[in-house]
Design a protein around this ligand. Sequence first.
Ligand code: NCD
Ligand code: ZN
Length: 347
Amino acid sequence: MTQTLTIRRPDDWHLHLRDGAMLEGVLPETARHFGRAIIMPNLVPPVVTADDARAYRDRTLAAVPAGMAFEPLMTLYLTETTDPGNVAAAHAAGLITAVKLYPAGATTNSASGVRDIDRVMPVLETMAEIGLPLCIHGEVTDPAVDIFDREEVFLDTVLDPLRTRIPELKVTLEHVTTAQGVDYVTAAEGDIAATITTHHLMINRNHILAGGIRPHYYCLPVAKRATHQQALRKAAVSGNPRFFLGTDSAPHADPTKESACGCAGVFSATNTLSCLAHVFEEEGALDRLEGFTSRFGPARYGLAPADTTITLEKRDDPVAYPAKIDTGAGPVTVFDPGHPLFWHVTA
Ligand code: NCD
Ligand code: ZN
């Protein structure tokens, strides 16, 4: 029997689109299923000022294929020289939805990020005053800290002290990957939420490393052991509105991933909804999928949920997704969960 599920049109609260030919190649993959997305600012050079955000928004809108409706929600990349007045003006003009904090060196294109949090306190204080959320890549960069511990250490040494200093700051802990991160966000007082990616619900570190190294599963924060994956799945299906979808779909052309030193990033825009329906069904929580993909994110950002819907249908035949997307910037491999998916997005 065919099962169908109709939900409000989803939004993606953490997405990398890049620029130029890559932007043109990958944007349709998101716009096909999603109404809005928070667009990450880690271009080279990064999107740091209101003018940068306006120009990037315009380039993004220009890449939306005819007949598709998609609203990019722009962000600014926080640097140690970011001007609080420029951030406030961008917010007042309706140009930006959030500001992104990358610890310098934490991940792809993060060299201009923050080394000393004291230097960005004036911006963060302004953001708390005007109610502008801070999206955080929550990993320490100290080379002495094991890569699998970098999120957990960040919670204690950076995030919690920051939230104690500015309790009114709205914080989104992005792409949470640990049970400790889930517990922190669940228990914390004040205005905090977390996004969870599609791939972190479907893979753990064994998938990356056991039986051969799989570069297309490598991303940052890196997937942790299976117990953490289970904690993320529990949080995602819990119905707790503090946890919602941010795919962190992050395209890199295949040669840059299939390399002796491959880039971090998983590209999952194409099949994310089939993946999520699969996970929520496995968890016996299909009725909670809409909250995770379409309701909790808008509520968090003070926006209405979409007034349009999409329909998913579970069929006997698997969905035929392409293994790669061809872009003008090269082929990009689509996230492969390692098993067939039966939930088709039909309308
Ligand atoms: C992202 C990218 O490629 O821009 N990579 C990733 O592994 N997630 C950067 C990021 O969000 O960390
Ligand atoms: Zn990201």
